[in-house]
Design a protein around this ligand. Structure first.
Ligand code: HEC
Ligand code: HEC
Ligand code: HEC
Ligand code: HEC
Ligand code: HEC
Length: 470
């Protein structure tokens, strides 16, 4: 096992990303660029001003904290192929192969963002992104080049068995601080099993949320902006305090904490709980497009388990309906949305119809081009770039520009003022909706890459109805 210090390279990444300030002002004058996310962003800007939601800025402290770890480098071939593990761990393999982890490098939605970052930063982000999305390639010197042309078959398979099960420690809790010791001894949550093929050793890390958190916590190396904050959010909320881990919720086939008995391997012991390796989250759209129907359906279930809505309404003498829509985060161990919240959107749909079924008020509808009403109430994050514009490009982030999300076990509400046109009875229907991407992002990506993307799916997370009389 060889270990070289690539520290200098990471410092270079930081330096190039800092200089993106200059670079950005040039790029922002490109009209195609501005158009990209303009539709939704304009609305978000207005909202950010109107609602005066807490806007977090990068602090000196975080920048200090974000010093890169010293990356490890091993010989190509040091990590084993998941096909090897498949021979005995068949069920685990079959679940993992449809997970987002297995597709973390190859899926085209990731690739389009990665290549855009690559072009806009002259390759400075290649290893940064690859450290998490292609950890074996990044640790065996097969990345760069960014096009993956040096990847062997194992490196292509994203975050695979032998990456996770040869981790012995964590150097830092962001930007992938996993310490690897590849070899014949596999590390896991028990250590009491016996295998003819490999050694087995207990490693406490695998039982902890920190194991996931070191990747599910991304900090911009140049300015400390929190790009993904799932782990820190979890760590400081009720679930973190109770130590209800990421594994408890995400390594089970159905949402919520539960146990599924089974065997880890063909000749393995019978266990009360067998951690599910499909790592379901919210990616129903991508899973569906990749043909993984079962995983897509599970993601919809996860999304539906996260939220509940409540309505309160009063009608004034002049027919003004004050409708308060409450959204409660009841099932997620972190804010909703979480993860790449600068790419995802969650929004409210409100429709009021009269007794004949005619729509008298609507907000948050999807138009014929599959774009969401720009005046809808959005729950999402957007970054502020060097020119103070909102952006969904993580590498351009200089701080947080807009952040409205629903905390774990928490609630957010919005009051709509709606003028009812005449005396009568009205039906009020509201829904909380989720998208993995905005349609504008996909349209722009399709134009730039020539790739085809199916229209983005809108998933209903929760709904509530009521009747009002004027
Ligand atoms: C993203 C990291 C990750 C990947 C990828 C991954 N695992 Fe795991 N695996 C874990 C964690 C974490 C646990 C422990 C979960 C727990 O106990 O709560 C685990 C548990 C296990 C166990 C022990 C099960 C038990 O309870 O006895 C086996 C065996 C295993 N994994 C094999 C595999 C195989 C084979 C693959 C590839 C097909 C794989 N893992 C891919 C993280 C991973
Ligand atoms: C020849 C069959 C065989 C192959 C091939 C194999 N394993 Fe295993 N593995 C087992 C058996 C059997 C156990 C013990 C299961 C038990 O009793 O719970 C085991 C246990 C494990 C554990 C559990 C560790 C713990 O904490 O108890 C991990 C992790 C693991 N294997 C990873 C891998 C990985 C990664 C690969 C591929 C590189 C792999 N295995 C290939 C048979 C195999
Ligand atoms: C090596 C870094 C790494 C580790 C370790 C890791 N993840 Fe991930 N995880 C990722 C990346 C990267 C993706 C996104 C893949 C993609 O969409 O391209 C992801 C995706 C996911 C998703 C799917 C999200 C969605 O949108 O559907 C879930 C759920 C998840 N991880 C949970 C976990 C849990 C639980 C653990 C710990 C047992 C863990 N991850 C460990 C990097 C990691
Ligand atoms: C109490 C259960 C619970 C815990 C604990 C939990 N999650 Fe989740 N997670 C959910 C549910 C439910 C969803 C689907 C709703 C959503 O997207 O937020 C989800 C969604 C996700 C997503 C997909 C978000 C998106 O929109 O792309 C990721 C990634 C994720 N979780 C990672 C983690 C990580 C990492 C941890 C630990 C630090 C963790 N989760 C802890 C329940 C949980
Ligand atoms: C420290 C680990 C880490 C680093 C570094 C990282 N990512 Fe990720 N990335 C993740 C995790 C974890 C997720 C899953 C979150 C979720 O599903 O919401 C993810 C998800 C994504 C997705 C969503 C994919 C999909 O199909 O929905 C894109 C796009 C993405 N990352 C691009 C990038 C780019 C570009 C870079 C480099 C500039 C990068 N990432 C660097 C951990 C990382």
């Amino acid at each position: 096992m060889k270990r070289f210090a690539l520290f200098a390279l990471f410092v270079l990444v930081a330096a190039v990303l800092t200089s993106c300030g200059l670079y950005n002002s040039k790029m922002a004058s490109d009209p195609a660029d501005v158009e990209t996310v303009a539709v939704v962003e304009d609305a978000a800007t207005e909202q950010a001003e109107e609602t005066a939601e807490p806007v977090v800025a990068a602090t000196e402290e975080v920048v200090e904290e974000a010093k890169p770890a010293e990356p490890q480098i091993f010989e190509p071939g040091s990590f084993e192929s998941p096909d090897r593990c498949k021979n005995c761990h068949r069920d685990i393999y079959n679940d993992w192969k449809e997970s987002m982890h297995a597709h973390a490098w190859t899926e085209k939605w990731y690739q389009q963002d990665f290549m855009m970052a690559h072009h806009e930063t002259d390759g400075a982000t290649d290893l940064l992104c690859g450290a998490c999305h292609a950890p074996i390639a990044a640790r065996t010197g097969q990345l760069p080049p960014a096009d993956g042309s040096m990847f062997d078959e194992t490196a292509k398979r994203g975050i695979s068995c032998d990456f996770c099960h040869t981790v012995t420690g964590l150097d830092q809790m962001y930007n992938m601080g996993h310490v690897s010791e590849p070899g014949n001894e596999k590390k896991g949550p028990r250590g009491d099993g016996r295998s003819l093929y490999h050694g087995v050793k207990f490693n406490e890390n695998h039982t902890k949320a920190d194991f996931c958190g070191s990747c599910h916590m991304v900090i911009h190396p140049a300015n400390g902006t929190h790009i993904i904050d799932t782990w820190q959010d979890w760590k400081t909320n009720w679930y973190g305090e109770q130590n209800i881990t990421c594994q408890d919720c995400h390594m089970t086939p159905t949402p919520g904490v539960q146990e599924t008995p089974g065997r880890a391997a063909l000749l393995g012991k019978w266990r009360d709980n067998m951690p599910y390796h499909g790592f379901v989250g919210a990616s129903s759209y991508v899973q569906d497009a990749m043909g993984n129907k079962k995983q897509a359906e599970m993601a919809r279930e996860y999304l539906k388990s996260a939220a509940e809505m409540k309505l309160a309404e009063t009608v004034a003498g002049d027919g003004n309906l004050a409708l308060t829509v409450e959204v409660h985060n009841v099932g997620a161990g972190h804010k909703i949305p979480t993860g790449t919240t600068y790419i995802r959107i969650m929004w409210l749909e409100v429709i009021v119809t009269d007794a004949t079924g005619k729509v008298v008020y609507s907000s948050g509808l999807v138009d014929e081009k599959n774009h969401v009403d720009p005046d809808a109430v959005f729950f999402r994050v957007q970054f502020r770039d060097a020119d103070g514009n909102l952006t969904g490009k993580s590498w351009r982030a200089q701080g947080i520009g807009y952040d409205r999300r629903i905390p774990a076990k928490g609630m957010d509400s919005e009051t709509y003022q709606i003028a009812l046109p005449a005396k009568g009875e009205y039906q009020v229907s509201t829904r909380l909706m989720y998208r993995s991407f905005t349609q504008a992002t996909l349209d722009e990506a399709a134009e730039r890459t020539g790739e085809e993307y199916p229209p983005v799916e809108s998933v209903e997370m929760a709904a509530a109805q009521t009747r009002v009389v004027f």
